[in-house]
Design a protein around this ligand. Structure first.
Ligand code: C5P
Length: 407
């Protein structure tokens, strides 16, 4: 898919710069020609030599270098690429981009380029959350700058939260999406289709500080949203709290409870495709306390539970606005296919993707998944064990095939 493409990679200063070396390797393995600009800050984290060795080319560092300019002017450098990728993108470099500053080679190339730009921000959580950074991020997005991540998790500075640069694999997917966004053809078979995807767990409050949750990572749902977008669909991703980075070219709707997820899905209709990959809590606490429950009462509180809406079932049984293709998941520990068939009927959906989650299969939070697809005529397809990104891609292709066949 990426073979023969040209990328200008700008590495600015951050501990995540080492991941950019992995990214360069992945890009080279995919046949991409990479030219690199290393900022002064970036050079404090990775050496020009490592970047040069991995890109198999010269690394550009200096705006006023006569040698650089005579070999390759900064204007040419910024234009002779299909895509400019900034990874890591520091708060400082994003601020320069937002303000239109051009005081070094990286910012000058970013101002001079006529190509799409993809940024992978990486910084401390306070810097990411700062109003100035958020305003810059918003401004850049409105100007059409693409972004992947950041994700949440443990940060190099020892704090926890949003700010981690997206992993090289996720950046690769965003690069594919960015490049394919400009290419026409079969790969974009879902152009004109609108999809709603649910992902992640839901959090059901017990009181203002406690909640009931589950171990869903959101990996599969996010990968599906990303794959559908890469195939050209307009995607709304309704997600519970996860550590996954936002997929590129997807509209995010962040919710916490099942009822909020249902409302967000309904608001996203009409849609041609609904994929329910979220691990929605079956129950919520009937009356969540408005104040923090105290330990020193009359022993532990009794929690009365109430049933949550079944979002998949609701979408699949809508009278007027039912999406033509509604897809659910079935996590089973035994009789996987038989239970999936039964679930398809009970939920009223078209397809069920069944997976075996018996102990030892490492599905929850893991990278892999073995799928059995039960289709609208109750036929079963056994997919080979593969990773969640490939499952998502296969599903997107299967959906495209379904619509191409005149569904
Ligand atoms: O009933 P069960 O949880 O096994 O069904 C799983 C499927 O139903 C998944 O696709 C899940 O996203 C969806 N689901 C839902 N709302 C619920 C429960 C499950 O959309 N309340």
């Amino acid at each position: 898919m990426l073979d023969g493409k040209r990328i200008l990679l700008i590495v600015s200063g951050g501990i995540a710069a080492y991941k950019s070396l992995v990214l360069v390797r992945r890009l080279r393995e995919s046949g991409v020609a990479v030219r690199a600009i290393l900022t002064a800050g970036g050079a404090a984290f990775v050496t020009p030599l490592s970047l040069a060795a991995l890109t198999e080319g010269k690394v550009y560092q200096d705006l006023f270098s006569l040698t650089d300019e005579s070999e390759m002017g900064h204007i040419r450098l910024s234009r002779e690429a299909d895509l400019v990728v900034v990874a890591p993108a520091t708060a400082d470099l994003m601020a320069k981009m937002a303000a239109g500053l051009a005081d070094d080679l990286a910012s000058t190339a970013l101002l001079a380029t006529d190509k799409p730009v993809l940024i992978a921000p990486a910084m401390n959580i306070e810097m990411w959350s700062h109003a100035a950074t958020q305003a810059n991020v918003g401004l850049l997005a409105r100007r059409g700058v693409l972004r992947v991540g950041p994700g949440a998790g443990e940060l190099a500075c020892g704090e926890t939260g949003a700010g981690r640069m997206a992993e090289p694999e996720e950046i690769m997917l965003a690069i594919e999406a960015a490049l394919m966004g400009r290419a026409a053809g079969d790969d974009r078979a879902l152009i004109g289709k609108r999809a709603v995807v649910t992902s992640g767990p839901t959090w059901e409050p017990i009181d203002p500080v406690r909640y009931i949750a589950n171990r869903s990572s959101g990996k599969q749902g996010h990968a599906i949203a990303s794959a559908l977008a890469r195939h050209g669909a307009e995607v709304v991703l309704v997600t519970g709290p996860t550590h996954e980075p936002d997929p590129a070219h997807v509209s995010m709707r962040r919710i916490e409870t099942a009822r909020e997820m249902l409302d967000a899905c309904m608001d996203a209709l009409p849609a041609d495709i609904a994929v329910c990959a979220a691990a929605v809590a079956d129950w919520r606490v009937r009356a969540a306390a408005s104040e923090k429950l105290k330990k020193d009462g009359d022993g532990p509180p009794a929690l009365e539970l109430a049933e949550n809406p079944d979002i998949l079932h609701r979408l699949a049984t809508l009278e007027n606005r039912r999406p033509p293709l509604v897809i659910g998941f079935a996590a089973e520990t035994e009789h996987v296919v038989a239970h999936a068939r039964e679930k398809r009927r009970r939920k009223g959906c078209d397809w069920i993707l069944a997976n075996d989650v018996s102990p030892g299969t490492d599905i929850f939070g893991g990278e892999h998944n073995t799928i059995h697809l039960v289709d609208e005529r109750d036929r079963v397809e056994d997919w080979p064990p593969t990773d969640k990104v490939e499952v998502a891609d296969r599903l997107a292709r299967r959906i495209a095939g379904h619509f191409a066949a005149g569904a």
